[in-house]
Design a protein around this ligand. Structure first.
Ligand code: CP
Length: 311
């Protein structure tokens, strides 16, 4: 059983919670290999996916996870909804819950929105990304994918590269990898790395080559131009020149490292195609594992206990 009622952030999870989510995801990965990729565990449960921000991977992955658990699913997008008529977040969610919805998966541009909601409703909430704060299921699927490739993450070197300042993926990854005993470095230009970040127990590096030489895994992040309210580097071309991960740089290392990216990718900016699509890349494994991880999270939060009979 998880120690939490909601999955708001990795910060609130115990290491045992992460282990239980991974063990449950292992079982659901087996289910997803079958010709019939479904179990009826949540056939009496309705989940609402409430997205106030754009998404491709997270939204589809949650919807598939819910459907593969047998749940009824409703999807809400802020665009085209009554939010444009002035309806508040709380009113929107209370109205959705009045239609007998049991669980809410929410993405919101405001950091802290899922915590605010958790104080006002009874249903379980899963944070699908809040502003620049946390993206817990992304960090869980990232760590699960690293573990699948490298085994136990204790002592493994993971470098997170790019726009750390505006990245909820970076923060959730740091919390998760710290709890799993990995050693974490963040790398990028000084303007994209928060000054306090070393207090989270991570190394900081501004030289990309040194950062890649140090790590077993490089998790490359997108430049989040939509969250930057003033210029933080000269041009995307200059960023790509100093911080873009390219084939020549990987070939110059004394070892093979694993390449990850949470998506969406800006090819030719933070990563080149001959890296993103190479045999070192596990980017699509991350996406595949996202469904099993989200099935595990939703199943465990639902309080169901029938998994052994289903697998
Ligand atoms: N990784 C991720 O959150 O992608 P989306 O924004 O497409 O959901």
């Amino acid at each position: 059983m998880l120690s939490v009622k909601h999955l708001l952030g990795i910060k609130e999870l115990k290491t045992e919670d992460i282990a239980l989510i991974f063990k449950t995801a292992d079982n659901f990965k087996q289910v997803l290999q079958r010709s019939i990729k479904k179990v009826p565990s949540l056939r009496d449960t309705t989940v609402a996916n409430i997205f106030f921000e754009n998404s491709t991977r997270t939204r589809l992955s949650f919807e598939l996870a819910e459907k593969r658990l047998g749940a009824d699913v409703v999807n809400f997008s802020a665009s085209g909804s009554s939010v444009s008529k002035g309806e508040t977040l709380i009113d929107t969610v209370k109205n959705i819950l009045a239609m007998k919805v049991d669980m809410v998966v929410m993405r919101h541009s405001a950091s802290g929105a899922p915590w605010f909601l958790a104080n006002h409703i009874n249903a379980s909430i899963v944070n699908a990304g809040d502003g620049t704060n946390e993206h817990p299921t992304q960090a869980l699927l990232d760590a699960y994918s690293m573990r699948e490739k490298l085994g136990d993450l204790k002592g493994k070197h993971i470098t997170i590269i790019g726009d750390i300042m505006h990245s909820r993926v970076a923060l959730s990854n740091i919390y998760c990898l710290n709890k799993l005993g990995a050693k974490v470095m963040v790398a990028g230009p000084p303007t994209l790395i928060p000054k306090h970040i070393a207090s989270l127990g991570v190394k900081v590096e501004h030289d990309l080559k040194k950062a890649l030489q140090w790590c077993d895994v490089a998790n490359v992040l997108r430049i989040q131009l939509e969250r930057q309210h003033k210029p933080l580097f000269s041009t995307l071309r200059e960023y790509a020149l100093y911080y873009g991960v390219n084939r020549d740089m990987l070939d110059s290392l004394a070892k093979d490292i694993v390449i990850m990216h949470p998506g969406p990718i800006n090819r030719g900016v933070e990563i080149n195609s001959d890296v993103a699509d190479s045999r070192q890349s596990i980017i699509l494994d991350q996406v595949e594992n996202g469904v099993a991880i989200r099935m595990a999270v939703i199943y465990l939060l639902s309080g169901k206990r029938d998994l052994d009979q289903q697998v």
